[in-house]
Design a binder for this molecule. Structure first.
Ligand code: PEP
Ligand code: MN
Length: 337
């Protein structure tokens, strides 16, 4: 249920509503807009069904929410959420670009990539230290050594770091080095990990599962938010369809759907979404046109020898050209990049 307070509701009116909810062991989630406050109610379904709030002072109306997800819903929180990662804001007027190699392979590789992507306008350095590979015989990542490389290079160049977490026991160690923790497609419904991430103080980027519906994805984010972590962003990285020309099918309708259904930022990943270097720039343009708040793009100084995802990795020169071309489309959307 959401309780919509009238524009003239006083602080006392709102406090009385919250008090009444808390008395019934329900949680109140306040969203303060420019002219009114919305109180989202969370807790036992039956208690909420029997709740009578319309007669209280300052209450304009109550609305029953039929979806299972609440905290991630735009009904609960009509304004866009902006996630602050140091001085970088995701979800605002600037389209934030995260770029870097699929996997951290060496200090030199990360350093060379990071310098190039920074020069072209990326704000966040990506790189996997723990790699969830389809085959157990493929390169599994450098682990903590990889995290150290990312942090050292990022600090030198004033970049933020996003990196994947594949095991809930790694939250502490990854949080020491990274600014954003990425939940990969293969872990979107790892509920134990999602719950644990709800308790960690770091922003989370939740990738869409390989065959996840939008509703399953929203519910996965709810698992994180219900633990108290409000800094969650979605990432559309392509879904599995019958098409084999592309590695996945980048579902840009999901970008528009998330914008409609949720207040949380949405990132697009045209690298995993297509699996093809040549398609990364056109799909980045399309993602911005669809309303994406950020992009995450794989870049490698020598894609032909990359230990993972070389076919979809841009060279630094490709990346620079793409970034130059994105300014126009960002401007059309009333944004900067
Ligand atoms: C990645 O970002 O390198 C990755 C493994 O992504 P996904 O979980 O989308 O496959
Ligand atoms: Mn990859």
């Amino acid at each position: 249920m959401i309780i919509v307070m009238s524009p003239g509701a006083t602080r006392e009116n709102i406090d009385a509503v919250v008090k009444k909810l808390e008395k019934r062991n329900l949680r109140a989630h306040l969203s303060t807009g420019e002219d009114r406050t919305i109180v989202g109610v969370i807790g036992d379904k039956k208690t909420i069904a029997n709740l009578e709030m319309n007669m209280m002072d300052g209450v304009e109306k109550t609305v029953r929410i039929t979806e299972k997800y609440k905290l991630v819903s735009r009904d609960f929180h009509p304004q866009d959420t902006i996630i602050k990662v140091g001085d970088v804001e995701i979800g605002g007027k600037e389209i934030v670009v995260m770029a870097g190699p699929c996997a951290v392979e060496s200090f030199e590789q990360v350093r060379e990539t990071a310098e190039a992507v920074k020069k072209s306008g990326a704000k966040i350095l990506r790189g996997g230290a723990f790699k969830p590979r389809t085959s157990p015989y493929d390169f599994q990542g450098l682990g903590e050594e990889g995290l150290k490389i990312l942090r050292t290079v990022a600090d030198e160049l004033n970049l933020k770091v996003v990196t994947e977490i594949v095991d809930k026991d790694d939250i502490e160690i990854i949080s020491e080095y990274a600014d954003i923790l990425q939940v990969g497609a293969r872990n979107m419904q790892n509920f134990q990990m999602l719950k644990a991430l709800g308790k960690c103080g770091k922003p989370i980027m939740l990738k869409r599962g390989l065959s996840a519906t939008i509703s399953e994805w929203l519910n996965a984010a709810e698992y994180i938010m219900i633990g108290g972590n409000e800094n969650v962003m979605f990432c559309e990285r392509g879904i599995r369809t019958y098409e084999t020309f592309t590695r996945n099918t980048l579902d840009l309708s999901a970008v528009a759907a998330i914008k409609e259904l949720s207040h949380l930022p949405i990132v697009a990943d045209p690298s995993h979404g297509t699996g093809r270097r040549k398609m990364v720039a056109p799909m980045s343009r399309a993602a911005i046109a669809a309303g994406a708040d950020a992009l995450i793009v794989e870049v490698h100084p020598h894609p032909e020898v990359a230990l993972s995802d070389g076919d979809q990795s841009l060279t630094p020169a490709d990346f620079q050209k793409m970034m130059e071309d994105l300014h126009g489309i960002a401007k059309v959307m009333g944004k900067t990049i």
